[in-house]
Design a protein around this ligand. Sequence first.
Ligand code: ADP
Ligand code: MG
Length: 201
Amino acid sequence: MRNDTRPLLSVRNLRTSFFQDEGTTKAVDGASFDVAPGKTLGIVGESGCGKSVTAQSILRIVDRPGRIVDGEIVLTRADGSQTDLTKLEPNGREMRSIRGGDIGLVFQEPMTSFSPVHTIGAQLIEAVLLHNAVSKKEARRRGIEALRSVGIPQPERRIDEYSFELSGGLRQRAKPRRGGGDGRRRGGHVSGPGGRARQRR
Ligand SMILES: Nc1ncnc2c1ncn2[C@@H]1O[C@H](COP(=O)(O)OP(=O)(O)O)[C@@H](O)[C@H]1O
Ligand SMILES: [Mg+2]
């Protein structure tokens, strides 16, 4: 059972650097913060201060040549177990179940975070099936419910549309419902107009 006094997420002395020929960029240099259950934490700071790289570190999707060089990212999961995400394989089974299951990322540009070549439903259903042992039919039902829960009108119809058929605002609402899945893999095959899914984190 979860003990409600423990933070959901505890980041301690996180340091993430990019090692390039020109030198080393210390993108995150000793960040520490907690996210308490049921609370919202906002991180503000000037452009380039390391907000995105902090989020990428938590999700273990830091682009090469960057890597976490120090610190702990302790996640308390629903079953009460605690895991230091810095110790996991970025694309291993546990991290993939956490990414899009326990922790999701809403990209700044919602157009590029859905695949343009699959319907919203196909992507929602894929994410539901990845994280739950349910039938395709049940996954579709949950997808429709998820769209309804964020206020998308006529979700039974919308689920069979493509992301470019939704307005920007509706897309942004639909995105977290998709659950993120595996951010890397998704980023990899999004190559719509502009094809810049990878930069927009
Ligand atoms: N892929 C990358 N390669 C090299 N340096 C990077 C990369 N991504 C981010 N950085 C550097 O890390 C620092 C923090 O960037 P970022 O987290 O994106 O800032 P912001 O707070 O604006 O989100 C910046 O100096 C940026 O140039
Ligand atoms: Mg940023």
